[in-house]
Design a binder for this molecule. Sequence first.
Ligand SMILES: NC(=O)c1ccc[n+]([C@@H]2O[C@H](COP(=O)([O-])OP(=O)(O)OC[C@H]3O[C@@H](n4cnc5c(N)ncnc54)[C@H](O)[C@@H]3O)[C@@H](O)[C@H]2O)c1
Ligand SMILES: [Zn+2]
Ligand SMILES: [Zn+2]
Length: 396
Amino acid sequence: MRAVTWQGKRNVRVEDVPDPRIQEPTDAVIRITSSGLCGSDLHLYEVLTPFMTPGDILGHEPIGIVEEVGAGVPDLQVGDRVVVPFQIACGNCWMCLTGLPTQCETTQVHGEGMGAALFGYTRLYGAVPGAQAEYLRVPQAQYGPIKVPEGPPDDRFVYLSDVLPTAWQAVAYADVPQGGSIAVLGLGPIGDMACRVAQVRGAGRVFGVDLVPERLSRARARGVETYDLRSFDNEKELVAAIRDETDGRGPDAVIDAVGTEAHGSAAAKLAQQASAMLPRKLGGPLAERFSVDRLGALYTAIDLVRRGGTLSLSGVYGGMADPMPMLTLFDKQIQMRMGQANVRRWSDDIIPYLTDEDPLGVDDFATHRVPLSEAPHAYEMFQRKQDGAVKVLMQP
Ligand SMILES: NC(=O)c1ccc[n+]([C@@H]2O[C@H](COP(=O)([O-])OP(=O)(O)OC[C@H]3O[C@@H](n4cnc5c(N)ncnc54)[C@H](O)[C@@H]3O)[C@@H](O)[C@H]2O)c1
Ligand SMILES: [Zn+2]
Ligand SMILES: [Zn+2]
């Protein structure tokens, strides 16, 4: 089959690889019809290079048709249409039963000291072949895949794999009071969708911050009060502007939907680039121990949130020694919640919103649909935020 493979820093290639097969009774194989390109893939594209191996198959946002099922997957039939969550979880361990499939005790990557395995996401997360491909082997298929109806286009359901539950969890963790205020930093797919979820879940005012014009105008068109980072001399001014709108206090909650590659963190950017250039054996441990996060957005979030408010991080961070302003966090009495999204914890709450009325605007959320063969161009365009690219779906 054809698959998008990682070959090196900013280098992906579509290659012929062996077709996946059922290996365990709890496996299924699906034929992918659409597969998303995610901000998380961009981390692999550049800064997480030390954790990748050339040839790794990328991708973790698939929808498709069941092609083959193992004997231990009673609820799936060949021909079913399914969305597959980006994390692999058993559904039956203590963590899964607690609503934390990202911490699944059956699939945790013990060798690396990490949580549940993820599709297409470095050796830290199990080096599992990913979903930007024609076919995908789905381990633990008795739990993960979500059956969806035939009829509507893939766009209606594909975001259940990641974007929707991530945005939903971001808003749930933000814990905004009804009618309260929330600011979302970063208006990529995750931040944009988090604004939409906050609106439908009763936030009174939703502020959105980014520095890419098309992303700002997309959010503004849906009633978000947008702020262009570039129009301020520094983050302090941005914070002051939003505080002015919230009785001088700051919003009740702030979502960081930016993560480790925040714009405006020059020193950390150099450190990240340096560790991405080291030989793999050295770069991995170094990146883990010495921290390479660019913390610009997180610092802004800490400054911006009101005293006693909540920070919800969905942007991915990976450093182990990030300097944090503990004085401010403690003094402002800030609550912080974070993590990969627990897809099946939220999916049943989200599905009622995926209707013809389309309150979340999923049907035209994608800005680009490209054949799998154009993946190298799609990665470059999405990373550089060219051509108005916000959400790209690849179609094998
Ligand atoms: N927690 C999860 O389960 C989960 C799931 C999916 C994605 N993510 C993470 O969420 C983050 C966002 O993902 P995405 O797909 O929307 O990616 P993205 O890269 O398209 O979005 C990031 C946005 O942040 C903006 N930005 C950069 N610096 C900024 C700053 N200082 N202030 C405000 N905005 C800034 C960028 O212009 C961009 O629009 C990534 O870190 C991704 O890895 C987490
Ligand atoms: Zn994703
Ligand atoms: Zn489990």
